[in-house]
Ligand binder design. Structure first.
Ligand code: KIV
Length: 287
């Protein structure tokens, strides 16, 4: 693998490089390069610095400060109550820890839909908190917003298919893009976002053949979640990926049992304290 340093210190991969592996800091242009070379991109959610550091060190290309923070970390029962202030605190924490990964922050419900100008004002706050790009939900009606943010120098990642902020309008957690007409609509939405300058598009809960067609046709990298194996990359909520919970959606795979390991560590700590086995001599200041 070879890299050359650009004036800003960023390692620029040569055409022979395997994926973003040789890149010191992932930038939005690397996403398009990866798609052009047929190299798969990885994205995981992160909501705090301690987790972000581990996921970043593991070589994850993109850390998504998702509004799934609502369900995962803040105890809400959906993403809808998440505020911009909550997203800003989480974005600051993740951005401080991320060395290599591109940090993407979600615009939460109610902070971008009214107008492109409203979206710009919200996005500026996330970028000031350390986001390298912002993500928001919606297709053709959001194309002008993608354009305005692009003009302001803010890269945008779109989000199509099942869009959790529209859970009430979509009638629950349902696969989207089933049937010829719905598939065409999704493709037209993806093309409009790409045409407006979206750096990538997250595609959630879409039948694999529909996602494969969108991935093949759309110039923007397609990052799938429950959208089959043919997408340009994959994203998962980190707690689903790491096995933090008893339940995970059907499209997620648990690559570890971190929740069980944490439970066992906490039990062992509790037993050691109760038995007087912790703290031991080596944990104690004698004077
Ligand atoms: O907020 C989030 O975690 C997301 C992913 C489901 C893509 O948007």
């Amino acid at each position: 693998m070879s890299t050359t340093d650009s004036p800003d210190g960023t390692a620029v991969p040569s055409l022979a490089d395997p994926g973003t592996a040789g890149v010191r800091k992932v930038r939005v242009h690397h996403l398009a390069q990866a798609k052009a070379r047929g190299e798969r991109l990885t994205m995981l959610t992160a909501y705090d610095a301690v987790t972000a550091r581990i996921l970043d060190e593991a070589g994850t290309d993109m850390l998504l400060v998702g509004d799934s923070i609502g369900n995962v970390a803040l105890g809400y029962d959906s993403t809808l109550p998440v505020s911009l202030d909550e997203m800003i605190v989480a974005t600051r924490s993740v951005a401080r820890a991320a060395r290599r990964a591109l940090v993407v922050a979600d615009l939460p419900f109610g902070t971008y839909e009214a107008s492109p100008q409203q979206a710009l004002a919200s996005a500026v706050r996330l970028v000031r908190a350390g986001a390298n790009a912002v993500k928001f939900e919606g297709g053709r009606p959001r194309a002008d917003t993608v354009r305005l943010l692009g003009q302001a120098g803010i890269p945008v990642i779109g989000h199509l298919g099942f869009t959790p902020q529209s859970v009430n309008a979509l009638g629950g957690f349902r696969v989207q893009g089933r049937g010829e007409e719905a598939a065409e609509t999704l493709l037209a939405d993806a093309m409009a976002l790409a045409e407006a300058g979206a750096a990538a598009i997250v595609l959630e809960m879409v039948p694999a053949p529909v996602a494969a067609r969108i991935t093949e046709t759309c110039p923007a990298p397609i990052i799938g979640i429950g959208a089959g194996a043919q997408c340009d990359g994959q994203v998962l909520v980190w707690t689903d990926m790491a096995g933090m919970t008893d339940w995970a959606p059907r499209f997620a795979r648990q690559f570890g049992q971190v929740g069980e390991a944490l439970r066992q560590a906490a039990q062992a700590y509790g037993e050691a304290v109760r038995e007087g086995a912790f703290p031991a001599e080596e944990h104690t200041f004698s004077h």
